[in-house]
Each structure stands twice: as C-alpha cells, then as structure tokens.
Design a protein around this ligand. Structure first.
Ligand SMILES: C[S@@+](CC[C@H](N)C(=O)[O-])C[C@H]1O[C@@H](n2cnc3c(N)ncnc32)[C@H](O)[C@@H]1O
Length: 243
C-alpha cells in the first residue's frame, strides 16, 4: 500500500500537503525518543513491544543497550516466526533480545502462553518495564482496545517502574486526506480502522479509567524535532504509567 500510494504522496508533499512517510517517521521517532527517556530516567530495563511486526526498533535498542536492556518482541505466531528468522539472520537474538508469540487480545490468564501475563511472568519483577504498541490500536475495536489497556495497566502495576507508550490517532486532527487514507487502509487490511477518541483529554481519561495513574497524549512534534511536512503533525503519542 505504501508503494501504491507513493506517487500520490510525492504529489501531496510537493504541494505542501501531508505525506505518509512523514507521518510514519514522526510516530516512530517520537516513540523511540520516549522509550530512550524511560530507559535513561525511569529505570526501565525491560521492554515488551506488542505487535512488533517487522519494526527495527527492537534490533536498534538491542544493539544500543546490549545486556543493560531486555527487549522482547511479541506478535501473532506467523509474524513472530518471520521476525525471529529475520533477527537470526542479523545475528541479534540472545537472552536479552527475544521474539515471543503473544495475542494482544488474549485474556489475563497466565496459563495461556499467548497472554501478556505469561510473557510478563518471564521478566524480572525488580526491574522496570515498558510496553510499546505502534500501528496496533487503530485496528482494534474500542472495547477490545480498552480491555487490552486494562491488562497492560494490571501487568505494569506489578513492576517497580513502568510505562506504556503508543501512537494514537485523534479525530480532532483528521482532515479529508486522513479520512480518505483510512478508507483506503480499511479496504487494504479488509477490516475497519478506528478513530477511538476526538481529543487528547478524552483518551487520557479513558487510560486512567483503565487503571493508569498518569496519562498524557501529545503531538509527536512536542516530543521530538520533526521535518516540516504536515504529515508529521498528524501523529500523536500516548504515555501512561501506573505510578
Ligand atoms: C501495522 S503492523 C505494525 C507493526 C509494527 N509495530 C510497526 O510499527 O512497524 C500491525 C502488527 O500488529 C500485529 N497484530 C495484529 N493483531 C494482533 C494481535 N491480536 N496480537 C498481537 N499482534 C497483532 C500484526 O501481526 C502486525 O505485525
């Protein structure tokens, strides 16, 4: 889909409109920046990236932090197998950089090996944890996403320090180009793409209802320096903590 849209995006960028690449880079870099900060300032040394897909973040963080950080990349079985093969080829897998099967929609029964609870049980309970999602919540119905957020909060509350970092689409920044893109994306993934919240305050309130003590939703441009492409202003990043 990215390749198909490339000519349209080039034209949009030339005319001063948003581009998909700028949007994707903005959210990716902003999540990187907040995770780095969590590692450096908040004693996070364990990361579970839920729905990691083929994102290179785990490889980059594993290369940068080595044994100081345990990075677990989690996805559904087929994608987890594909990612494991890719990381094996790169030579990045170790005790500190693993790929596991996890279903973000699985309940909180730790006897289910695909549950977050089972994956979190493998971590050191005396060290801080970050959960990351990127490019996931827009594909989940609101009820399923809220239930997942509640499981994230319950899991993270068992660790001495924690944060959840994710991208989030807000209705208030959705212009006609964004709506057209959502329609195209829905057709491409053969499923609905959701805009769960109109604004940041709405999303922050729901995160607190799900069990997080603090929550903020900010434009990616407030968190990291971005190029001038308007696509970068469409990305929002949520950060939530149970302490
Ligand atoms: C759009 S991709 C995003 C991948 C990656 N986070 C990135 O930003 O490049 C969505 C990912 O979500 C994964 N996914 C979808 N449903 C999931 C579920 N229920 N549990 C875990 N992963 C899921 C897919 O396998 C895919 O890797």
């Amino acid at each position: 889909m990215y390749d198909l849209l490339h000519p349209v995006m080039r034209a949009s960028a030339v005319l001063g409109g948003p581009s998909l690449e700028a949007y994707l880079l903005a959210r990716h870099r902003a999540i990187d920046a907040r995770l780095e900060r969590a590692i450096q300032d908040h004693a996070v040394t364990q990361v579970i990236e839920v729905a990691a897909g083929l994102s290179p973040r785990g490889w980059r963080f594993a290369s940068r932090y080595g044994e100081r950080v345990t990075y677990i990349e989690a996805d559904l079985p087929a994608m987890a197998a594909r990612k494991r093969r890719a990381l094996e080829r790169i030579g990045s897998l170790s005790d500190h950089h693993r790929v596991v099967e996890l279903d973000a929609l699985a309940g909180s029964d730790p006897s289910d090996p695909a549950s977050l609870a089972a994956v979190a049980a493998q971590l050191d309970g005396d060290r801080g944890v970050a959960i990351i999602t990127e490019g996931l919540v827009g594909y989940l119905p609101t009820d399923a996403m809220l239930a997942m957020w509640s499981r994230f909060a319950a899991t993270l509350s068992g660790f001495p320090s924690s944060c959840y970092i994710s991208d989030l689409h807000l209705g208030s920044v959705a212009n006609p180009a964004v709506h057209a893109f959502r329609v195209a994306l829905s057709a491409f993934v053969r499923g609905r793409v959701y805009l769960h919240f109109d604004d940041a305050a709405d999303a922050e309130a729901r995160l607190r209802e799900c069990g997080f003590a603090t929550a903020s939703v900010r434009p990616a441009g407030q968190l990291v320096t971005l190029p001038g492409d308007p696509g970068s202003t469409l990305a929002h990043i949520l950060e939530a903590s149970t302490r």
